[in-house]
Design a binder for this molecule. Structure first.
Ligand code: ASP
Length: 327
């Protein structure tokens, strides 16, 4: 019988209305989740890491989840790992696990959009699906997966797209990897994965979103604070207003790694323009393209690579692999 470990961290999947709080708060524990899965023919162990809304997570929380998942992934008696998680920052934890947990065991994140006090609570259905995916041989070697509504997404493509909808998790521009049907898991396409040996996250990495007519003050201030890396969620295919170029240039010359992502919800970074501030300028200055990664995931990726001590050509080569970027 396969052995699946469920690591619980909180989120709406663990929440219920509480009269004193006047709203839903984390309440469900390991025993509640275990009881909901009584019919599955699997050995299941539940371990609580924390019971928090994911808006309360720090980078230490993310790292603690990573350490716990990695420890269980290394155990020969465990076949797969499920992490229950708040949906708000779920894609960032998924990216961290995808990049740093070695081995080919399934790592499956799930959660819920409705609390356990609401009609149509989606938590137990998502949890059961996640456990079935984690127990499936077809999920091995795919890195971290996100399972909601019986749909399976790859960590690097998935994002939370809707504030309330049950099918909030989508992979814009790419689509899901597969589906869990009544007769089992069907994977339509597989993703290549590279893990980075890393014992810490570099915290001095910031994410700045650009808007029309915006001045580069936030970037200037971040560089002055001693930033090591910055992800710019730039315009369209990865462009900045020309008045940002001198500040970006100073950052790169000062040793700051600058990644250019896009504020568009889908698509790789890249263009064919010859005007100032387009991709040609940014790449010539030494900025790294975020490839398929959105800004949130590019930030986690940069924290991992800088935390691993990579620099120069080694950093660029590792970045191209994790971002699926072309130079
Ligand atoms: N507020 C919740 C969180 O912890 C949202 C959710 O789980 O859906 O992220």
């Amino acid at each position: 019988m396969k052995h699946i470990v469920i690591l619980t961290t909180g989120g709406t999947i663990a929440m219920r209305y509480d009269e004193t709080a006047g709203g839903a708060v984390p309440a469900l524990g390991g025993a509640d989740f275990r009881a909901a899965l009584a019919d599955l023919p699997l050995a299941i162990t539940v371990e609580e890491i924390c019971n928090l809304p994911s808006a309360h997570f720090t980078l230490d929380t993310l790292w603690a989840i990573r350490q716990c998942a990695a420890a269980h992934a290394a155990r020969p008696d465990i076949d797969g790992i499920v992490i229950t998680h708040g949906t708000d920052v779920l894609e960032e934890t998924a990216m961290l696990l995808d990049l740093t947990v070695e081995g080919d065991k399934p790592l499956v994140l799930t959660g819920a959009m409705r609390t356990a006090s609401e009609p149509g609570y989606d938590g137990f259905a998502n949890l059961a699906a996640a456990v079935r995916v984690a127990a499936s041989d077809a999920a091995r070697g795919l890195g971290a997966l996100v399972v909601f509504n019986d749909t399976v997404h790859a960590a690097r493509y998935v994002t939370k797209t809707h504030t309330q909808a049950l099918d909030t998790f989508r992979s814009p521009g790419w689509g899901p990897l597969g589906r869990l049907d009544a007769d089992g898991l069907h994977i339509a396409w597989r993703v290549a994965r590279r893990t980075i040996p890393c014992s810490r996250l570099e915290r001095r990495v910031e994410l700045i979103k650009l808007a029309v007519g915006m001045e580069p003050d936030a970037l200037r201030q971040a560089v002055a604070r001693g930033l090591r890396g910055v992800v710019l969620e730039a315009l369209g295919g990865g462009r900045v207003p020309p008045w940002w170029l001198p500040v970006i240039g100073q950052a790169v010359e000062g040793g700051v790694t600058v990644v250019i992502a896009s504020r568009c919800p889908a698509g790789r970074v890249g263009d064919r323009y010859g005007y100032a501030g387009a991709q040609r300028d940014l790449r010539a200055m030494g900025c790294l393209p975020a490839g398929v990664l959105n800004g949130l995931k590019a930030r986690i990726g940069l924290m991992v690579l800088l935390g691993a001590g990579l620099e120069g050509d080694a950093l660029r080569a590792a970045w191209a692999q994790i971002a699926g970027a072309s130079e």
